[in-house]
Each structure stands twice: as C-alpha cells, then as structure tokens.
Design a protein around this ligand. Sequence first.
Ligand SMILES: [Zn+2]
Length: 45
Amino acid sequence: MATFKCKSCGETKDGRCKPKECPKCGETGSMEKEGSSGCGCKCSS
Ligand SMILES: [Zn+2]
C-alpha cells in the first residue's frame, strides 16, 4: 500500500497503484507517491 498526494490540491489517497487523476479536484497526473514504500507493481508510468 502506498499513499499518493495531489500536488495541486493536497488530497491524499491510499492505493496500490498511482491514480490517473485526483479524486478530489480531477487534475490529471497530479498524484505523486508520498513516502518511500513502493507499490510493488509496474504501474509507475
Ligand atoms: Zn487534487
């Protein structure tokens, strides 16, 4: 499990994979992984 944070609005979301878009503000590509733990899958792009 990793935490992703929106660099646009600051919304955080837990998940295995990086969200395509922010669930709060809808900004595409704004979610960045927070912390150091990897998600263990190949969804980094
Ligand atoms: Zn956002």
